[in-house]
Design a protein around this ligand. Structure first.
Ligand SMILES: *Cc1c(COP(=O)(O)O)cnc(C)c1O
Length: 261
């Protein structure tokens, strides 16, 4: 598959595609990612695009896959399960990763394990232990382990999912030591209610990077793989890339505005 994140391939592609199509909008998003990476002195291949597919139909998801998307994220288990058959072949042959990016309730763990390749929203040791137990019971350890990220509420706002920044490193070390889980990094939604100025948003992303760097430097068992920073969405992906994002999660800029739920 050609590397469509190369800026010299994105620009002609963007011009050819109808601007109102998923493929056309994807080309624009890839152009934004490449430009932001370049501005930050980073290579375009240092930032992966995760396409957030909540409320989208399976057909819309398949359109995105046809345009080269290899990583998607779902918020709700019900939608994850409903769209799983449409993408099962791509997951099975290893050309598509599916991340759960919404809050996970314990009674839905089995459904997530059956359909997702990764979970970005781990925010308590209780939940991590429950998933780990399930993975061990299913013989999913070693190379079969589930990729997980610790979700950090970088501003410590009460109303959101995610562990507070002060407790994140300790949780990450505990998660990394559990069998059946491979800690791949950290995820945040960012500063949503607190300081939403450009400086406030950047400070939140910088906080996530600091947590990751602290955990990597700790040398604690299992933390050496925790390199990813999943941060930045349609409105703030440039700021996230400037602060080191390795995955940006984009929905609106790919599919257009979502209908109200
Ligand atoms: C919806 C969603 C996104 C994408 O947001 P857009 O603003 O539509 O790009 C990213 N991450 C999470 C967790 C989401 O729920």
């Amino acid at each position: 598959m050609p590397d469509q994140t190369q800026p010299d391939q994105v620009q002609p592609n963007a011009a050819q595609q109808s601007p109102g199509s998923v493929a056309g909008r994807l080309a624009v998003v890839r152009g934004r990612i490449a430009a932001a990476a370049d501005a930050a002195g980073r290579g375009p291949d240092e930032v992966r695009l995760l396409v957030a597919t909540k409320t989208q139909t399976a057909d819309a998801v398949l359109e995105a896959l046809a345009a080269g998307v290899d990583l998607i994220g779902e918020n709700r288990v019900q939608e994850l399960v409903a769209k799983a058959p449409a993408v099962a072949d791509r997951v099975a042959d290893g050309t598509l990763a599916v991340h759960m990016i919404g809050h996970l309730q314990r009674n839905k763990i089995n459904q997530v394990l059956a359909t997702a390749t990764g979970l970005e929203t781990l925010d308590s040791l209780d939940l991590a232990r429950a998933i780990s137990d399930r993975c061990v019971r299913d013989d999913r350890t070693g190379s079969q382990a589930l990729d997980v990220m610790v979700q950090v509420n970088v501003t410590g706002e009460e109303s959101k999912s995610g562990v507070g920044p002060d407790a994140a490193a300790e949780l990450a070390a505990a998660v990394a030591a559990l069998p059946g889980l491979r800690l791949t990094g950290f995820m945040t939604i960012g500063a949503r209610l607190a300081d939403t100025s450009e400086r406030g948003v950047r400070a939140g992303f910088a906080r996530l990077r600091a947590v990751r760097d602290e955990v990597l430097a700790s040398g604690a068992p299992g933390t050496g793989t925790a390199t990813e920073l999943s941060m930045g969405m349609t409105g703030d992906l440039e700021l996230a890339i400037a602060e080191g994002a390795t995955i940006v999660r984009v929905g609106t800029a790919v599919f257009g505005p979502r209908a109200a739920p």
